[in-house]
Design a protein around this ligand. Structure first.
Ligand code: ATP
Length: 237
């Protein structure tokens, strides 16, 4: 069943078309990884889906409902939650206070404080610590927990593994498997292409705001992905 349907989405930053006529669909329960070089438009796409960047044209439907013009807070109620680039925790609030900010405008569903603590077993013992005292991986986990507390149908994660040690990245992707198993659909921006190919059901490569390659990892060769990523056309080397 289709959860997300994006048709001809264009988002400008001033005169720049950061996202340029993009169309894509997501089925419920899948993990789609957006890859692409710096400036390809990945963050802008996620921000537009979360209602933080306004599209110039195109439509976005969530579970058949047109949410193109919804402001950010109505998208949370509609079932979209964003884990932003750089995690964006409230540094002077505790872990638990940060998590609870996600429950505001939350919907009913499987995710409660207890469920998040079960997903990340290190968290309960440190729930009264300030977010500023956490490592990057811990902050990313809290940012994911905060997003889950709104019980989203669609979880958007920007730059999931950026700046994190490989062992931490593996742990967070392990948690993502549990999140998807609990019924959430995940659209992630992953700058590590081989990581994206390992964890996603499908990948979509952006170049200058357009989708230049899309498919299941098993169907795409390393060469195809490399050419799409760097924008090398047939006959060019
Ligand atoms: P990165 O991996 O560097 O975050 P990205 O694929 O996420 O790249 P975006 O951050 O979406 O790309 O940026 C797409 C283009 O839009 C880039 O050329 C960027 O410089 C520009 N851009 C992004 N945000 C703004 C903004 N707030 N104002 C002006 N230009 C912007």
């Amino acid at each position: 069943m289709t959860l997300l349907s994006i048709r001809g989405l264009t988002v400008h930053h001033g005169l720049l078309r950061a996202v340029d006529g993009l169309s894509l669909e997501m089925e419920r329960g899948e993990v789609l990884a957006i890859i692409g070089a710096n400036g390809a438009g990945k963050s802008t796409l996620l921000r537009a889906l979360a209602g933080l960047d306004a599209p110039t044209s195109g439509t976005v439907h969530l579970a058949g409902r047109d949410i193109t013009r919804f402001p950010a807070h109505r998208r949370v109620s509609a079932g979209i939650a964003l884990v932003p680039e750089g995690r964006r925790l409230f540094r002077s609030l505790t872990v638990e206070e940060n998590l609870l900010t996600g429950a505001y405008r939350g919907r009913p569903g499987p995710w409660s404080l207890e469920a998040v603590y079960e997903l990340f077993p290190w968290m309960p013992d440190r729930r009264r610590q300030n977010a500023a005292q956490l490592s990057g991986g811990e902050q990313q986990s809290v940012a994911i927990g905060r997003a889950l507390l709104s019980n989203p149908d669609l979880l958007l994660i920007d730059e999931l593994s950026l700046g994190l040690a490989p062992v931490i990245v593996r742990r967070i992707y392990g948690a993502l498997r549990d999140i998807v198993a609990a019924g959430t659909t995940a659209l992630i921006v992953e700058q590590d292409v081989s990581q994206a190919m390992r964890v996603a059901d499908r990948v979509n490569c952006l170049l200058e705001g357009r989708s230049v390659l899309a498919g299941r990892p098993a169907e795409l060769s390393a060469e195809q992905v490399e050419r799409a990523y760097f924008g090398i056309r047939d006959g060019e080397d």
